[in-house]
Ligand binder design. Sequence first.
Ligand code: PRP
Ligand code: MG
Length: 212
Amino acid sequence: MSKLRIAIQKSGRLNEDSMAILKDIGIYIDNGKDQLKASAKGFPVEVFYLRNGDIPQYLKDGVVDAAIIGENVLIENGNGIKIAEKLGFSSCRVCIAIPKSAKYSGVQDLEGKRIATSYPNTVQDYLDKKGVKAELHIINGSVEIAPSIGLADVICDIVSSGSTLFKNNLKEVETILKSEAVLAVSPKLSEEKQAILDRILFRIQSVLKGRE
Ligand code: PRP
Ligand code: MG
């Protein structure tokens, strides 16, 4: 019998909550994060520990069947990938932030600015809609440091508690989108695997009801 391949974040903020929900629905994985792949006990599921940014492509290619991932990552890079269920944890927002001391009167102030971000498609879409032209600098992490080292004037990144912005003397000026963890599904799912997924979805829905 084939197994449903589920990707979760290898390390980072989604990892713990993703492991927790798998456990709550009765999918027990016996090894830790050291191994990149693990089989569940008593359920036809394999779990793959992957980098966030790689997951959308794996879903598109059908290399993995499903994934627990931030909705924002799909919006950035996940055309055609369906969301089977919103999971209600790891809420965050994608925001534009500027140095605390800078003046800001509206989105037109971003015209001509250098914006550091890990979410270029999301930012570009937003700027296009607002009719603003800016220069994007793509960096993969520690985005909030960019203004203080002179790499950019503005940043666009995920905000959860707001503590990273605060510690880096930045203030949030625009919210581009809101996000939470979702169960995303490959467009190439076979019927056999769809049946396994349906069983998982049923369990997830019960667990989410219980958490309400
Ligand atoms: C994430 C994100 C923000 C921060 C937001 O970074 O990129 O920087 O968390 O969370 P907060 O509002 O609760 O402070 P992460 O710590 O995962 O590191 P990275 O950007 O270097 O990947
Ligand atoms: Mg960060």
